[in-house]
Design a protein around this ligand. Structure first.
Ligand SMILES: [Ca+2]
Length: 279
């Protein structure tokens, strides 16, 4: 019979057996490191495969090997004490998109005060607005691109902006955009450089209260070419979920998603694509 003392000795020997492990650092350089045998064989799936233990966006979740769209936990600025549940779109145009707004059934009220728009509301698995404060923090982590996906009556369209940033609360969440691409027409650049308004906080460029008149919170100017937080299903002029260059001001679009992705992720993908297509 093996005594307890022998078992203890055997365990100690195993723990001190070391193995050489080949790893890659962020720059892709291969290096050899020495690890205890126990670590190598007992806990490799998490320690070796998860590149970002506290992913800051859906791009890093994708780089961790996640391929399915869904709700995941991120940590803005890698801050592990502040987890945030977000919706990731891993299917559209290569994936890695963090969805920050969705309309799809009218079940969530978007005619809300400043305080709600600031912190966010709704359900990331259904209709929601992530919040202006998280949007500022998220879009300040790196350089981001923006995509707006629209769907209505079996047809789809999208708008893409090569840069997306939302300022801090001291700027009233000023919107900054880069050049447009897409087949929906550009109905957001009109709002570039504008600040956010809600029914109870009129920061727009009009004598009237745009948010009150058009039933949502937005970067209203005088007043809008897009109103993606407008009243779901409302076909009266400018009040519904509008994207003027696709469906005009009197059509409320039935499905909308707004999403952001780090530009660096697209660069990485393009580099890989170029590498694979080179003769
Ligand atoms: Ca006004």
């Amino acid at each position: 019979m093996i005594c307890l003392c022998s078992l203890f000795r055997l365990t100690l020997i195993l723990m001190h057996l070391l193995t050489l492990v080949k790893t890659k650092n962020d720059k892709g350089l291969v290096k050899l490191i020495v690890k205890p045998l126990t670590e190598t064989f007992c806990f490799p799936p998490f320690a070796e495969k998860t590149r970002f233990q506290y992913p800051r966006d859906c791009g890093q979740i994708m780089l961790n090997g996640v391929k399915a769209s869904g709700v995941y936990t991120i940590y803005i600025n890698g801050n592990k004490v502040a987890p945030l549940k977000v919706s990731c779109d891993m299917d559209t145009d290569g994936g890695g998109w963090l969805v920050f707004q969705r309309r799809q059934n009218g079940g969530t009220n978007f005619f809300r005060p400043w305080a709600d728009y600031e912190v966010g509301f709704g359900d990331p698995a259904d209709e929601f607005w992530i919040g202006l404060a998280p949007l500022h923090a998220l879009s300040s982590q790196a350089r981001y691109e923006l995509r707006v996906d629209l769907r209505d009556g079996g047809s789809t369209a999208y708008g893409y902006y090569a840069r997306f940033h939302v300022g801090s609360n001291t700027t009233n969440y000023l919107l900054r955009l880069g050049p447009f691409l897409g087949n929906a027409g550009d109905s957001l650049m009109y709002h570039h450089g504008r600040v956010f308004s809600t029914p109870d906080k009129d920061n727009d460029g009009s004598l009237t209260n745009c948010a009150e008149s058009y039933r949502g919170g937005w970067w209203y100017h005088n007043c809008h070419q897009s109103n993606l937080n407008g009243r779901y299903g409302d076909t009266s002029h400018s009040r519904g979920v509008n994207w003027y260059s696709w469906k005009g001001h009197s059509h409320s679009i039935s499905f909308v998603e707004m999403k952001m992705r780090p530009l660096k992720l697209a660069d990485l993908r393009n580099k890989r694509r170029r590498k694979h297509t080179q003769p």
